[in-house]
Design a protein. Structure first.
Length: 168
């Protein structure tokens, strides 16, 4: 990361990855009723981002020259025919679903259905716990499905096996 552009690109990707991780974990743990999304999703996103933003550039600066010298960069190890081109559609879907899940998850966890994410012991008044969980799960389900589809969506070119090589 010798250029400022590389650093900011790394920080942006680390932010999106941290938000995606926090959103998935916060969604699942809120769906099963352990912790509200607004608490755990935010803590995990912030924790992942701070660690990646502070340690990542330092470790890259220290370790990259050694790894490159040892020939362990992925482009040195893989054959060029096995590379796949990056899919911008996947990147857009993952970025959109990560940010939208984070924002909507916080909104649903705090403001809708009378949710009290930061109350004493995360308790809800009355009998709204089932309503909160069902509304939260259904509200974020489309975004979670977009996230999953984007992860399994194939890249632009699917490499075909080269059957013309003679092994013998």
């Amino acid at each position: 990361m010798n250029k400022t552009k590389d650093y900011f690109e790394y920080i942006f990707v680390a932010l999106i990855a941290s938000i995606g991780c926090g959103s998935i974990m916060g969604y699942m743990l809120d769906a099963i009723g352990l912790y509200p999304f607004a608490v755990l999703g935010n803590i995990m996103s912030l924790n992942n981002f701070v660690a990646a933003a502070i340690l990542g550039p330092i470790l890259l600066k220290i370790l990259y020259p050694r790894v490159e010298k040892w020939g362990l960069i992925w482009t040195d190890i893989m054959d060029e025919k096995d590379y796949s081109k990056p899919s911008s559609l996947r990147a857009y879907f993952l970025t959109f679903s990560s940010i939208a899940t984070f924002v909507l998850g916080n909104y649903l966890s705090i403001n809708v259905y009378g949710g009290i994410a930061f109350g004493a012991g995360f308790q809800q008044e009355g009998d709204l716990s089932v309503v909160n969980q069902v509304g939260f799960v259904i509200g974020l389900l489309p975004l979670m499905l977009i996230f999953i589809i984007a992860m399994v969506y194939p890249s632009r070119n699917t490499n075909k096996k080269d059957t013309s090589q003679n092994v013998a």
